[in-house]
Design a protein around this ligand. Structure first.
Ligand code: ZN
Length: 303
């Protein structure tokens, strides 16, 4: 039997241009796919049109192109998939695997974030409702992830999360639902992304099981942080990538991923650096500690 083909993806939310931290994730995901002669897809996770814009989605595509990270095939936009997500929710409800909930944020907070199932059998609701996945107490909720970077990761979704949100009361679909449904739609086999998403991976795996989807391979990457150990993020106004010196930025990203790029490649043509990086890519070298961007590097490079 032949091994399944490798299909990876990069799935940014277009809340702003890419910053250095998101480029590191894109690069690692790209290299892991290309090392395996795989396909690398781009998915724009534009679930929340209030915060996100077509302009940023187009900037992200330009930034990936300029950094030599060319994706395969058509781009999938989650904003085109809303009726499909709703169909999935209806199917889950039909199978008694999802239910509406009108508990307010304060009540859920008082529960310590682990939902207690109060609305599972409710018929009458007050105001807008959210939809939750029913996470019953079974052995199935005990999820083991064998992460390619972080190793074994265990979480009991029943005990640690409870019935979780698939659709928010404001009408937006949750990241968990859309991400799981689209990984299946795109036949993704490998997910390489930031370690801030490792704690939500077990609930995604549980949802995959409820929907009879395949399981995926995961690799979570250390976060790129600033000197105050804060994740670089759009919310913290991390500087956007400058297009100038894309080759040097890629060299720094390889260094952050502990791929040991040789100094002679610093400033070399982008094609040359990326060919070297695909040839030498070794995910076992990726560290599990958060990686700090030192001011000195960030000031003389392109991020
Ligand atoms: Zn409720």
């Amino acid at each position: 039997m032949s091994l399944p083909q490798y299909i990876g993806r990069f799935a940014p939310s277009p809340t702003g241009p890419l910053h250095f931290g998101s480029l590191v994730c894109a690069l690692a995901s790209y290299l892991d796919a290309k090392k395996c002669n795989g396909t690398w897809l781009l998915r724009i996770e534009d679930l929340d049109p209030l915060r996100e814009s077509i302009r940023h989605a187009s900037t992200i595509q330009d930034q990936l192109d300029i950094h030599g990270l060319h994706w395969d095939g058509e781009i999938l936009y989650q904003s085109n998939r809303l009726p499909h997500y709703q169909d999935i929710i209806e199917d889950l409800k039909q199978n008694n695997l999802a239910f509406d909930c009108d508990c307010n944020r304060k009540r859920v907070k008082e529960l310590g974030g682990v939902y207690d199932g109060q609305c599972r059998n409710k018929i009458k609701f007050r105001g807008d409702v959210s939809t939750r996945l029913l996470v019953a107490k079974t052995e199935e909720t005990k999820i083991f992830i064998n992460d390619e970077v972080f190793g074994d990761y265990y979480q009991d979704v029943y005990r640690c999360v409870g019935d979780f949100i698939l659709k928010r009361r404001d009408g937006f679909f949750s990241y968990q639902l859309a991400s799981v449904v689209d990984d299946e739609k795109q036949q993704i086999t490998h997910v390489v992304r930031g370690s801030d998403l490792l704690p939500v991976t077990p609930r995604q795996r549980y949802l995959q099981k409820c929907l009879n989807y395949r399981s995926l391979r995961y690799a979570h990457l250390p976060l790129v942080v600033n000197l105050d150990n804060q994740k670089l993020s759009k919310q913290r106004k991390a500087p956007a990538l400058r297009n100038k010196d894309a080759n040097k930025t890629i060299w720094h990203a390889l260094n952050i991923l502990h791929q040991k790029p040789p100094s002679y490649l610093f400033g070399a043509p982008l094609d040359q650096i990326l060919s070297w990086a695909v040839w030498k890519w070794d995910i076992s070298l990726v560290p599990t500690q958060n990686q700090c961007v030192i001011n000195d590097i960030s000031s003389r490079s392109a991020f």
